[in-house]
Design a protein around this ligand. Structure first.
Ligand SMILES: NC(=O)c1ccc[n+]([C@@H]2O[C@H](COP(=O)([O-])OP(=O)(O)OC[C@H]3O[C@@H](n4cnc5c(N)ncnc54)[C@H](O)[C@@H]3O)[C@@H](O)[C@H]2O)c1
Length: 391
């Protein structure tokens, strides 16, 4: 694994747990973790449960006893690490968004296709697909229970940078993160809605905004406190969007709205999706992730109404391995489910999803949103990905 902070910790917990919960054809062994600071990565290896640690990710790629490379770094290093790992024949799990640019994502998807021919698999970490209620939404849509999908309404709201004194961390610098709320949380709802509906975004009209354009530079020691220079606070420009909102047409005929923002005061990590079809509606709220709201319009009029499905039955996706019905699960389980699906695919020679090609398609949507916003919200078609044959 490369990176040991937020996602590094979430993935480590999942790698630690996955073999103990699921009956899998292969076991994960947590061999080597990489970070740039020798002291901190040593401490992280101990805390998170890794056998060894290094400050050079190339060691991961070069070691013959390592089969899987898990990339948990910011987007500016995804392409370089993934390309090297794939060239070395490793299976690769890479955090989202796949890359910082379409060009990088295209190169990664092409490399993944080449590596696949040699037996290496790759997947992008859109973990919310693995929340059981989300997987159940997809099942209901796929079974035709919602009929024809007419509307998709998706929002992902946070508020962690409402304070203009919040420092200029890497997520606010385009050269490291690629984009702001759009690529960080917008990418999740793009992937999630495409996954659930089985439809792809064909075109968009977008607005983006950077509300706070200048922020204090983070201190090197804490990363959070503002840097001071003779009593003055040194600042730098925010080079990404704080919020991105767009309307879209899906290629199956649905109309959709998307909202991704870090300025929704009071909303901490509020991911919500509602899908309206000719025969019913499903609605999901991450803050109540064990539940799915379902409206079945085929029931007699006198009995119609939203029902709350408690998604904890053994029949529900992923849940037979966990607890008795009603014993709820949480955010971190989505990562354990992600590792389960990845290990199963790698061990059986199947193709894990979302593939790099699927993640490239999300990147193309992000790119269309940026181009639309730059062109005064002009209707912008999502560029087709490279032909599947070349991926
Ligand atoms: N799936 C999700 O829900 C989710 C949530 C948060 C972040 N992410 C994604 O995960 C990735 C990491 O985000 P995070 O929140 O964990 O960030 P973070 O800042 O918490 O951690 C980043 C880690 O990468 C390390 N790092 C950075 N550059 C490196 C390099 N060149 N070599 C080695 N290590 C390096 C840092 O030292 C740190 O350990 C991003 O792509 C982000 O979009 C996904």
């Amino acid at each position: 694994m490369v990176g040991y902070a937020f996602m590094g910790a979430a993935h480590s917990q999942a790698w630690r747990t996955v073999n103990r919960v699921f009956d899998l054809p292969a076991r994960a062994r947590m061999a080597l973790i990489c970070g740039r600071d020798a002291g901190k990565v040593a401490e992280a290896a101990d805390r998170l449960g890794w056998d060894e640690h290094t400050t050079d990710w190339r060691e991961l790629v070069a070691r013959p006893d390592i089969d899987v490379v898990d990339i948990c770094t910011p987007g500016d290093s995804h392409a370089e690490i993934a390309l090297a790992a794939l060239a070395a024949g490793k299976h690769v799990l890479c955090e989202k968004p796949l890359a910082n640019t379409v060009a990088e994502a295209q190169e990664m998807a092409a490399a993944a296709a080449t590596a696949r021919a040699g037996g290496a698999r790759s997947m992008c970490g859109f973990n919310y697909r693995r929340v059981p209620a989300v997987a159940l939404m997809r099942q209901l849509v796929a079974e035709g229970r919602l009929g024809e999908i007419r509307h998709v309404r998706a929002s992902y709201l946070q508020d962690w940078i409402v304070d203009p004194q919040f420092p200029l961390v890497w997520r606010l610098r385009k050269e490291v993160s690629g984009s702001g709320a759009l690529g960080d949380i917008g990418a999740h709802i793009i992937d999630l809605t495409q996954y659930v509906t089985g439809q792809q975004i064909a075109g968009v009209s977008a607005v983006t905004e950077t509300f706070v354009k200048q922020r204090p530079l983070p201190s090197e020691s804490s990363g959070l406190a503002a840097q001071t220079d003779g009593g003055n606070v040194a600042t730098g420009p925010v080079t990404v969007d704080d919020a991105a909102i767009f309307v879209a047409r899906l290629n199956g005929g649905a109309l959709a709205t998307y909202e991704a923002t870090r300025f929704a005061t009071g909303r901490k990590n509020a991911l919500r999706v509602e899908i309206n079809g000719s025969l019913g509606t499903v609605a999901f709220d991450l803050e109540r992730l064990n539940e799915l709201e379902y409206y079945d319009a085929t029931r007699p009029a006198a009995e119609q109404g939203f029902s709350r499905i408690l998604v904890t039955e053994g029949e529900h996706p992923y849940l037979s391995a966990w607890w008795p019905p009603g014993h709820i699960i949480g955010y971190e389980h989505s990562f354990t489910h992600q590792m389960r699906d990845f290990i199963e695919a790698v061990a059986t020679g199947a193709d894990p999803s979302p593939s790099f090609a699927e993640a490239l398609q999300v990147q193309l949507v992000l790119d269309a949103v940026v181009r639309s916003a730059e062109a005064g919200s002009a209707w912008t078609t999502v560029e087709p990905a490279l032909a599947t044959a070349t991926l």
